[in-house]
Design a protein around this ligand. Structure first.
Ligand SMILES: Nc1ncnc2c1ncn2[C@@H]1O[C@H](COP(=O)(O)OP(=O)(O)OP(=O)(O)O)[C@@H](O)[C@H]1O
Length: 255
């Protein structure tokens, strides 16, 4: 078997001290192959985003190991890490600086990483996310929610990462644009050979996007499924059946 792009090994994360200490992720284990799309799904508060944030280096306080290409990540992430791993957040309204023009949003990661051919890279990424060059000169308040999320995706991909962490990337968007953004993410993964780790509470979204899915409950990974098992309900755990049944309208939408 080839080395997974990302390996999560015995990951445990707790918040608080003493009697108020709560373990919100409990010994999570999973691996994601290069070019694969992996989904973490479960009820609100089950610990999905906490895992994603730990991988992103936003929460260095964890037990266990996180490995990229077989190498354990240091708790303090390096610049090289952010070249390889980028994150797209849930809310494109909050994630873009209101006073920065789009071209400044896009040039910043190139400057930080010391990458050349900056104007050419901006041209390419804008057209790859489906926006014309006039968008360079717009401010976030001049963009729709979907356009903002396209810019957030462009900002993540402009440094040519391998692994992209997607934290509910469409849940803040109008239903009419959610499918557009998901299809864009699918196309970009295919074209660029990207690996995705995606968090969602929406079964339809992960069934559409992911090659494999882990169901979480109370900080534990309860069960790992294929999208087919998600759609036809062929699961082992009673909790997963209940979770799928409660989300039935969403599964029907996945078609
Ligand atoms: N910095 C923090 N300090 C204390 N508790 C936290 C912190 N971050 C998360 N938690 C708690 O950890 C638990 C898991 O949160 P997390 O955001 O990972 O859940 P989630 O499954 O992603 O839910 P949602 O879909 O609602 O975002 C929650 O009970 C949350 O309140």
């Amino acid at each position: 078997m080839t080395t997974p792009n990302l390996e999560v090994s015995q990951l445990s994360i707790a918040f608080g001290q003493g009697s108020s200490r709560v373990e919100v992720v409990k010994q999570a284990n999973f691996g994601i192959g290069k070019g694969e799309s992996y989904g973490l799904i479960g009820e609100s508060g089950c610990g999905k985003s906490t895992i994603l944030r730990a991988v992103a280096g936003l929460n260095p306080d964890y037990e266990g190991a996180l490995l990229i290409d077989g190498f354990e990540l240091p708790r303090r992430r390096s610049k090289e890490f952010f070249r390889k791993v980028q994150m797209v957040f849930q809310d494109p309204y909050a994630s873009l600086h209101p006073r920065k023009m789009v071209q400044n949003v896009l040039i910043e990661p190139l400057q930080i990483m010391g990458l050349d051919r900056r104007q050419e890279r901006i041209d390419t990424i804008l057209s790859d996310v489906g926006l014309d060059q006039s968008f360079r000169f717009r401010f976030p308040h001049e963009l729709s929610g979907g356009q903002r999320q396209r810019i957030a995706i462009a900002r993540a991909l402009i440094v040519e990462p391998e692994l992209v962490l997607l934290d509910e990337p469409t849940s803040a968007l109008d239903v009419s644009v959610q499918a557009e953004i998901l299809n864009l993410l699918n196309r970009l993964r295919r074209e660029r050979g990207l690996t995705y780790l995606m968090v969602s509470h929406d079964i339809a979204v992960v069934a559409h996007m992911c090659d494999r899915v882990a169901i979480m409950k109370d900080g534990r990974i309860l069960e790992k499924l294929t999208p087919e098992q998600l759609r036809n309900g062929a699961v082992s755990e009673a909790y997963t059946s209940d979770f799928l049944a409660a989300s039935a309208p969403a599964v029907v939408r996945a078609g």
